[in-house]
Write a protein that binds this ligand. Structure first.
Ligand SMILES: Cc1cc2nc3c(=O)[nH]c(=O)nc-3n(C[C@H](O)[C@H](O)[C@H](O)COP(=O)(O)O)c2cc1C
Length: 346
């Protein structure tokens, strides 16, 4: 198998918002490949600035870089266009379905010429099994605090990438954050553009999940098939005065025990920062996996304006781009990935 296929087989387990897996790859030679972005796997209605999809491409390049480094190969990339060309407006105008994102080149690692970033990676390699144990955990967390040494390591890692990691452990504030998350989610599911875009990625049956191998699978959402279906098909129930409190209770129960909420803050909203931030997020999430920690992002707290404003005030941090429950949990269900044959382009 070509080295690209070997790397890709593992890298496709990288996370992406709604599990859209926007990456496509054209192998050009043993040492070169093109990374492309698949237009229909972007989220223009929710990701207004394109930052989340650009982040995902950075994250995928970093996954390949880490995996290549484990094989004594250095991966370099050259962007075909500035990240700012991947905003929803630009993507909508593009005629092609596959948009060239970066040229990737593999070279044997020369220890004399490696960059500082690669040298740092070499000091802290991520075993590739971590790409499989790293998962989003939407199940209940265990009643266990994150060891202070882990908090310190995560904070230092974020700091080294120009980001900040902070966490909240006050049960009162956590409950308030969760309540705002639920309100934002219920509101957004009743906003037609958001609703139609996300529901396209809902996978309601095992058959559908196994056929598509992408999107948000009801098993992984820690939801019963019925409530997942109701949320998608009858979101108006969430606005009805009689049903709303009851549905909020059900959803809160679904979120389970949340001893800690974590936040990542820093440059993100301009496209070039989003790309770098994606590279960082791959490291951060693997670092969690190394420590048997899981996270579950609460995206609506960032993308819903009112909720984001509330978070800014209540938490006192202005540039949060990811907020999530974080901690130990039992092993969550594995979400599917498209095969490398589906990712590869001729
Ligand atoms: C930038 C980013 C934002 C995400 N936001 C959310 C979110 O708001 N809610 C959620 O349940 N999962 C969120 N996820 C998790 C993805 O849905 C998840 O990575 C994907 O379904 C694949 O599952 P896995 O992480 O278990 O491999 C996010 C992932 C990324 C990379």
């Amino acid at each position: 198998m070509s080295v690209w296929k070997t790397l890709l087989k593992i890298a496709i387990h990288a996370p992406s918002p709604h599990n859209v897996q926007p990456w496509r790859v054209r192998i050009l030679s043993e040492s070169q490949a093109d990374l492309l972005l698949e237009k229909r796997r972007t989220l223009p209605k929710e990701d207004h600035t394109g930052s989340f999809i650009i982040l995902t491409m950075g994250l995928f390049i970093e996954a390949l870089t880490i995996l290549a480094a484990n094989r004594s190969l250095a991966l370099s990339y050259e962007l075909y266009q500035e990240p700012s060309r991947f905003t929803p407006e630009h993507i909508a105008k593009a005629e092609d379905e596959l948009l060239p994102f970066a040229k990737l080149t593999l070279v044997p690692k020369d220890t004399n010429s490696i960059s500082t970033a690669l040298a740092q990676d070499a000091r802290a390699p991520f075993d590739e099994t971590l790409f499989f144990t790293r998962r989003t955990s939407r199940i209940s967390l265990l009643p266990k605090a994150i060891p202070p040494t882990d908090v310190e390591a995560l904070s230092n890692l974020a700091h080294n990438w120009g980001q900040a990691y902070s966490q909240v452990t006050s049960p009162e504030l956590i409950e308030q954050i969760l309540e705002h998350n639920i309100d934002a989610l219920f509101h957004d599911l009743n906003s037609p553009k958001y609703h139609d875009e996300i529901v396209e990625w809902f996978r309601f049956t095992d058959r559908q999940s196994q056929r598509e191998r992408d999107g948000l699978d009801y098993r992984c959402m820690n939801s019963s098939r019925t409530s997942f279906w109701l949320a998608a098909r009858v979101p108006q129930l969430m606005q009805l005065p009689i049903a709303r409190p009851w549905l909020k209770k059900i959803y809160r129960k679904q979120l389970g025990l949340v001893p800690t909420i974590g936040m990542l803050a820093g440059p993100f909203w301009d496209p070039a920062s989003a790309f770098e931030t994606g590279r960082f997020l791959m490291h951060f999430w693997l670092e969690l996996a190394k420590r048997n920690l899981y996270l579950h992002p609460y995206g609506n707290l960032v993308t819903n304006k009112a909720a984001a404003e509330w978070c800014r005030e209540a938490i006192g941090i202005s540039d949060i781009w990811l907020i999530f429950k974080i901690g130990f949990s039992d092993e969550p269900p594995e979400s599917y990935r498209r095969s490398i044959e589906e990712v590869l382009v001729d």
